[in-house]
Write a protein of this length. Structure first.
Length: 300
């Protein structure tokens, strides 16, 4: 699975306010540009100015919280502390929630989705041998309780195959609490509140290869070839014994976190394996697969 996010990200939020009058919605949108989650961000809110300002503040607050929990680049994040010490006591509720989702997707994908690939990714990025790092991988070695999360000796985790989606869900929920009824959030993955919104599914080389319509759902896209590690794709199997089978995978689900994790794992899985995994995931989850020859398959 992926162990590093792109350092460039575009975050866009388009929202129509609950109960807003037509003239208010036709006014110029309120925008914000800056950095969030270590990358460039751009927020655009189509709502009355006061509500738009509140929405931007709420979105940025959620993104900062996500960074404090899941960032590999922030040495003070909960994830960095866990990787540094091997133990995280009294894990924050959202951190615990994310690890539990990891466990569910790990089981559904027969172990292909595995956040413990961080040492393997680091070794591959340095061009080193990966046999020792591969022996460290294994989500089953991670102990998760409400009181403590503990890693096996030498392990380190990455949530970069799921955290973008989780942050997207956090922003969507926060804007819903403000009373917004039509919102499209893109914090690396797309999540819709209301809708429908038409979303193009794009591959770095092939361009847009399919589209989906989102209403109160989310979609995530993974492209193994978007980043190379000394000739290897950046989405890694925990045993490092298989290469990506699809050039791009988009997964649609109720939550962006689930879609993000599934799309990451599905890149490494065969059509029959993906079909079996979808049967174990929540109803309504589906996948659009782009093959090397440009053909497209829809499963689910």
């Amino acid at each position: 699975m992926s162990a590093k996010l792109s350092r460039r990200r575009f975050l866009a939020i388009s929202a129509a306010a609950l109960g807003a009058t037509a003239p208010a919605l036709q006014a110029a949108p309120v925008t914000w540009r800056g950095f969030a989650l270590g990358a460039e961000a751009h927020l655009t809110i189509h709502a009355p100015p006061l509500l738009a300002d509140q929405a931007i503040a709420a979105a940025l607050s959620q993104l900062r919280q996500a960074e404090q929990l899941f960032s590999l680049y922030n040495p003070a994040s909960a994830l960095s502390q866990l990787n540094r010490t091997g133990v995280l006591r009294n894990p924050p509720p959202r951190f615990l929630d994310l690890t539990r989702l990891c466990t569910r997707v790990h089981a559904a994908t027969a172990g292909v989705f595995d956040p413990s690939v961080q040492p393997l990714w680091q070794a591959a990025a340095r061009g080193e041998g990966i046999s020792k790092a591969a022996r460290l991988a294994g989500w089953h070695k991670v102990s998760v309780t409400e009181q403590t999360i503990r890693l096996a000796q030498g392990q380190a985790l990455t949530f970069n195959g799921i955290a973008q989606g989780y942050a997207t869900d956090m922003v969507r929920a926060a804007l819903g609490r403000l009373g917004l009824e039509r919102v499209l959030v893109n914090a690396g993955e797309f999540a819709a509140l209301g809708g429908p919104f038409r979303i193009g599914l794009a591959d770095p080389e092939h361009g847009i290869f399919a589209a989906c319509s989102l209403k109160n759902r989310a979609v995530a896209t993974s492209s193994p070839g978007a980043l190379q590690l000394h000739g290897a794709a950046h989405i890694l199997h925990p045993a490092f014994d298989r290469r990506p089978k699809w050039v791009t995978v988009s997964t649609e689900a109720a939550s962006a976190a689930l879609a993000d994790a599934a799309s990451t794992a599905f890149c490494l899985m065969s059509e029959s394996e993906i079909t079996a995994a979808l049967a174990r995931l929540p109803a309504g989850t589906n996948a659009t697969l782009l093959a090397q020859d440009g053909s497209v398959k829809l499963l689910g």
